[in-house]
Design a protein around this ligand. Sequence first.
Ligand SMILES: Nc1ncnc2c1ncn2[C@@H]1O[C@H](COP(=O)(O)OP(=O)(O)OP(=O)(O)O)[C@@H](O)[C@H]1O
Ligand SMILES: [Mg+2]
Length: 233
Amino acid sequence: MLNIDCLHSAYIRGANILKNLSFHIKPGELVAVMGRNGMGKTTLVKTIIGLMPYLSGDIRFLEEKILGRKSYEISNLGVAYVPQGREIFKDFTVEQNLLLGVLGKKKKVSDFDLAYQHFPILAERRKQLAGTMSGGQQQQLAIARAIIGKPKLLLLDEPSEGIQPNIVHEIAATLKQISATESLTILLIEQNLELVTRLVDRVDFIENGQIVHSVDVKIIHEDPELVARFMSV
Ligand SMILES: Nc1ncnc2c1ncn2[C@@H]1O[C@H](COP(=O)(O)OP(=O)(O)OP(=O)(O)O)[C@@H](O)[C@H]1O
Ligand SMILES: [Mg+2]
């Protein structure tokens, strides 16, 4: 579904953050990319969604070449992005934030009922200002805003950051359910093992802008030292 080969990506010309990176996801797969701070996790998702200025290599989404395409084009092909830090509009209501998720979409495929069905708390609070909700609820809103346009691939950048463990578990269960019912493929950037082990099938580790190791999530349970090898500072 997503095939990345020989990818180089930079904020400043010549200073590559991603270096000859290869990464592949099959339809329906749930994959986490883990790695220490500054290793290039956010840069990877920004590159996929078309936010990086200096690029070379190959990125294909559903066989279509997307490297170098504009963000809105990539989004219209079915890739949704929940950025690190959520970036919801705090002075807008829940409903207005959801509307922004489909603004500018070519096809009006928006499904508000789908979002409210998976996140009933948002239905209850549709008229509430987003900034007055808890961090966990704001994260649920950010995810709901992303799925409302019915994407095929969802990119999530550290959704558990600053969220209580019980809400992290709830979000994991909801994402798993959405993935199953909507055939949604997920690329999760995470440092939180609770969410990773509850949600994904495979974990890839990133170091200095390259995917250096890939394991079935079962290995993560069996071999905690492996995680320490790629995550400890
Ligand atoms: N806007 C930017 N301009 C220049 N360099 C940047 C920019 N954003 C990030 N970088 C650099 O790119 C490298 C990778 O950063 P990135 O944000 O992808 O890391 P990360 O793995 O997501 O880290 P974290 O776990 O802290 O979110 C770092 O060295 C960082 O300093
Ligand atoms: Mg990051």
